[in-house]
Design a binder for this molecule. Sequence first.
Ligand code: MLT
Length: 266
Amino acid sequence: MKRQLEDAGEIEYDKRGKGTPVVFLHAFPLSNAMWHAQIELLAKEFKVIAPNARGVGGTSPFSGAPSVEQMAHDLALLLGDMNLAQPVILCGLSMGGYVALAFARMYPQRLSALILSDTQAAPDSPEARDKREENIEFARTHEPSEFFERMLPDLLGETTHTTRRALVEKVRQMMQDTPVSSAALVQLLEALRDRPDATPHLEKIKVPTLVMVGYEDTITPPQSGHLLAHYIPNAQIQLIPQAGHLTNLERPQEFNRRLQAFIRAL
Ligand code: MLT
C-alpha cells in the first residue's frame, strides 16, 4: 500500500489485521520484508503496520538533509493520515530502533509501548564513523548488490554463519531483493551517521519497553542493549542466544515468543 503525504512524498507500507496498532520499523539495508514472520504472527490479533524507510521500495527518498528525525516524522504523518489516534506499540530493529527512539522523543503521546531490538542510543563512535564514511564511499561507487555483499558478514552471528547455511542464503536473497538505489543507500547511511545521541532522553521514556539483543550481535552488542535497559525506566532486557544483529530473522521463534508475550502482557 502507498500513501501520498504532504511533506513526506509517498510512503509505502504493509498493513494487516485489526485492533491495537503495532508498528515495525526495519533495519538497514533491508526493507519491511524482514518483518514477514512477525507480521503473519501478530496480524491475527493486532493491526500491524510496517512502512518502508526513505528511498526503499515505493517510499520517496529524502528531499532535504537525511535524518532519523525525518523518518520518525514520516511515521507520525502516516499514522495521522490513517486517522490512527490510538497510541502505537512500536518495534524497531537497529536503524528501526534509532527511528523508534527519535519517535519516542518527538511524539511520546503517540506511543503505548516500545520494543527495541539490536539497536543503541549512542551515536557513532569515532571508529564507527570512519567505517561509516568508508561505507558511504563504497555505496556511492558500487552497485547495491555489491554493497549488500559487503554488509552481510557483519549482520549475521557466528552461529548462523557456521551452522545455518540456508538461512544465510535466505538473508542474502532478501537483501539482494531490497528495492533501493545506490543514492538512497548513501542517504540512509548519512542519516545513520548523523543521528544524535539519544541517551539523554532515555530516562523520559514512560512506556513499557522490551529490549532484545542477539548474544552474537557485533554491530550493536549486548552491552548497547544493557545500557538502553539501564536508562529506560521499566525496561526489561532479553538476550537471544545464537543470534547476531538480525535476531528476528536468525531466531524467529525465540524472537516471536518474547515479542508476543510482552505485547500480550501490556
Ligand atoms: C542496521 O542494521 O540498521 C544498521 O546496521 C545500523 C547501523 O549501521 O548503525
